[in-house]
Design a protein around this ligand. Structure first.
Ligand code: ATP
Length: 289
């Protein structure tokens, strides 16, 4: 096999707690991560010239060594002395710098795809270990599904898969830097934290109604403090029938959990009509294992 196309799925956080800051500058987190249907397509092809070529249909995504998918390819090429090169073509559907781990998803796809194309015979755990050295969200993107993520996000525990829950993503036209959000988070002053055990329990019971009501992301207050629009979107989603709404990751994307598809579709149409925010209808996704 010389070429492959992989779906690189986005994620949302159903909860996000920050436990403390570590000596190395990273934060210890505890969060429930969930893959969603929305995905980039990553086309990989072995080439004779020993180099890494990246192209993307969105001109604002870097295609040089700043692209995280490039970095993932470089790690494998160096570590395994691969005698060939790789062409990486990304068809981008996941909004960029949005709190949806789009870059990490592309990098995870490159690690999985190159493992197959070059018959490296690496196990999922090996790929996750390599991924962690490139980015904290990459191990989750390799595994996917519904996971409790601890450590810096790389210690993953499977929880009951949450499939086919309607999700409406809304991204305001602003950029938020993850580094800025963590820098401005005052851990001692966090007023509301998620009850992670309760949320895991609700997921196991498929109690979407209470899941929607109990989602908490401790980074939300930091981002809202600077960008009131996050609150506005949350309120709008609830007024349009969401069972709950929350910011994903460090934002700025906000998602709404909907109990039924028709209401979710109507909400999405309503928001897109204004053309102020980007709105995408998707659903939670877990592969059959
Ligand atoms: P996370 O949720 O993991 O914090 P994110 O969704 O907020 O990630 P990304 O979409 O991964 O953010 O983009 C973050 C930055 O990385 C952007 O500024 C972008 O220029 C750069 N970047 C590098 N490679 C990629 C890629 N393959 N896709 C998207 N952005 C990339």
């Amino acid at each position: 096999m010389d070429s492959i196309c992989i779906k690189a799925r986005a994620k949302i956080n159903l909860s996000l707690d920050v436990l403390g800051k570590r000596e190395d500058g990273y934060h210890d987190v505890r969060m429930i991560m969930q893959s969603i249907g929305l995905h980039d397509k990553v086309f990989l092809e072995a080439i004779d010239e020993r180099c890494i070529k990246v192209t993307c249909d969105k001109h604002w995504v870097p295609t040089d060594c700043d692209n995280i998918a490039y970095k993932a390819a470089a790690v494998l090429m160096d570590k395994f002395d691969i005698p060939k090169g790789i062409s990486i073509r990304i068809v981008k559907k996941i909004p960029v710098a949005a709190g949806l781990a789009g870059g990490s998803a592309d990098a995870a796809a490159v690690l999985k795809g190159m493992n197959d194309i070059f018959s490296l015979n690496l196990k999922e755990d090996d790929l996750m270990q390599l991924g962690k050295s490139i980015g904290a969200d990459i191990p989750f993107c390799i595994k996917g599904g519904t996971m409790l993520a601890e450590g810096i996000g790389e210690v993953l525990t499977e929880i009951e898969p949450l499939r086919n829950v309607n999700i409406v993503l809304v991204k305001p036209r602003i950029s938020v830097s993850t580094a800025w959000v963590y820098k401005n988070l005052e851990i001692g002053k966090i007023s509301s934290r998620p009850d992670t055990e309760l949320l895991i329990n609700l997921i196991e019971k498929k109690d979407i109604q209470n899941l929607g009501k109990n989602m908490v992301n401790v980074l939300e207050a930091v981002t809202i403090n600077r960008h009131r629009v996050i609150s506005e979107i949350k309120e709008k989603l609830v007024s349009l029938g969401a069972l709950g709404s929350m910011m994903s990751g460090s934002g700025p994307t906000v998602f709404g959990v909907f109990g039924n598809r028709v209401t979710a579709e109507k909400a999405c149409k309503n928001i897109n009509r204004d053309n102020t925010w980007e709105c995408i209808l998707t659903e939670t996704f877990c592969e059959e294992r």
